[in-house]
Design a protein around this ligand. Sequence first.
Ligand code: 3HC
Length: 694
Amino acid sequence: MSDKKVRVEIVEEVALICIDNPPVNASGLAVRQGIVAALEEISAAGSIGAVGLYCAGRTFIAGADITEFGKPLQEPGLPGVCDTLENFDTPIVAVIHGTALGGGLETAMGCHARVALPSAKVGLPEVLLGILPGAGGTQRAPRLAGIPNALDLILSGRHVAAQEALEMGVIDRIMEGTPRDVALAAAREVVAGTLATRRTGTLQTAPDDAAIATTLAHVQQKHPQLISPQKCVECVAASTGDLQEGLAFERAAFMECLASPQSKALIYAFFGERAVANIPEKTAQARDIGSLGVIGGGTMGSGISTAALMAGLPVTLIEVTQEALARGVATITSNLEGAVKRGKMGAAARDAALARLTASTEMQSLSEVDLVVEAVFENMEIKKEIFGKLDGICKEGAVLASNTSYLDINEIAAMTGRPQDVLGLHFFSPAHIMKLLEVVAGENTAPQVVATGFALAKKLRKVAVRAGVCDGFIGNRILGYYLKAASYLVLDGAHPDQVDRALEGFGFAMGPHRVGDLAGLDIGYMTRKRLAATRPPEERYSGAIADQLSENGWNGRKSGKGYFVYDGRETLENPDLNAIIAEARAKAGITPRDFSVAEIVERYMTAMISEAARVVEDGIALRPVDVDVVFLMGYGFPRFRGGPLHYADTIGAAELVRRIEAYAEEDAHYWQVPDLLRKMAADGTTFADLNKGK
Ligand code: 3HC
């Protein structure tokens, strides 16, 4: 087998071009050069009636090679390659299998016909990377599929199944077979005249001013901070005129997006989600997980059960009483129903999932499961008791996991005679929807058991991040710290609504007070009570306002009232909140002052970054990127800012140290410069540097 990334094979009157650039056939320089060379070779061969272009391996071209972004462009560029394909004298048919994404679909649209295998998907996901289809996609997609379909593809970035792509007009036919066989057959059909070909660029886009105007208004309202969605719409609007002018317009917009900090952050997030799999235990053999036990049928336990059932695993759910068990089963059933409604599964798959569920009040029913997740009330004594029992019940080699959000995994593991089999699997609520899983490695957890946590995450289609043991692990430890900054802001003079709006303006989906109301204020209340004895006397108490809300029984959305009042879908002001705030300020002897939006964001983000730096410094997170992925996937951190530590690099360690030192003049206990940040400020390193080589 040749090691060339692009090969030509002549079969009688047709030529086949095979692209072979594992793992995903990204169109890097060698592929682009190879396609151009292949076309020259075919021209030179003469008497070829049609060309079939297909890919080896698991997928058609999955896009431009993202690792080349930010480096000087080496010719031929992808737009030029697509033009060369389109202008080639002999008709070319692209044969799509796997996923034709971004530059991959653009390459196919540069060809003269597109055939897909039934399982293939196509998409233009560039917007998710803060860019836009920059190799003719914004010009050719509307020519093939019309403006509304093109806008849908380009702005959603979704993967469209072959049948839908056919209906849209993006592809011309669905054929079964191996990619090579289909390429050969399709090219022969082109020669025979039974598969029509045309140059996409010669088609005329039908204008649709109404669709453009509505979509533009929608993206401006939904993503006011994002550059690329708006640029995408403008490019599609430019597709109704001359092709070359449209392509030039697209090129300029693409370069502008690519140069933006937003695309750098989004591309960092894309690679970050994959980089977190690089753990010290990655070569350890994961144990086979063929079945799961879940203890606790509350929101978390039911969500975890749902996720496992949806991934095809049998689940045994344990609760103490028949009533609690029935509630758990009802929640799982309704979660699965929701998945059917969202189009995630069909009715038959739902029934099969429910058939995999066993419900029991006997812990003994867990004797044969491969992995148990304990998801009961956050109470150390109860958890210890459960793990003691599990030790006597579970088979040898079973993995014993706790879904605790804060508690010490080592203390829990010590209740068993097999601490090597114990780890934390911290799911995020709703566990069947949220994609993050913190895999918490205790001091005695075996490497195979950590690897099993990662393998389980993959099975559940989640992203696992490795965390060490401390109160709150990566995410909740940092959260616990910066929420105090939010509370201090309110105690010192800001209003919760003002704080929320400032942070929503920064890009968070919801501000901390709205999130608190959604999650339930009782959680924080109980945590503060649990930690009260360990709170150092010099720490300024931050919980006075939230405590009062909980003591009034106002625990947020579920009680209809918290920082805000909830009336159906409406969020209204809580008329009693100002009095509670005033009382807390008076008790603490605070004279309130005004805060600007900028100062709110600055203090909140500096707090988040400080604790995140300490989490890296303490080795709780392996690298800065692990913290960033936790925040992007579990805490609604704005993806276009890349995560707290990617964002920190845009501020710089020296400035962060300066800020913390200034704040420390008011509160030297809360605001302390992390050693790591001080060192970074001194030697000029960045968090990006710390990610490298790890
Ligand atoms: N460029 C470079 N590397 C890429 C890549 C790309 N476009 N797409 C995937 N990879 C790498 C991944 O980083 C990963 O590397 P690793 O093994 O070292 O971590 C490896 O390929 C395999 O990827 P996944 O683990 O994601 O494999 P999956 O099978 O789960 O998913 C996929 C495959 C659906 C193709 C997914 O990788 C994906 O969505 N890729 C990105 C697609 C995309 O965004 N394309 C548009 C690119 S921008 C563009 O084309 C610009 C153009 O308009 C000019």
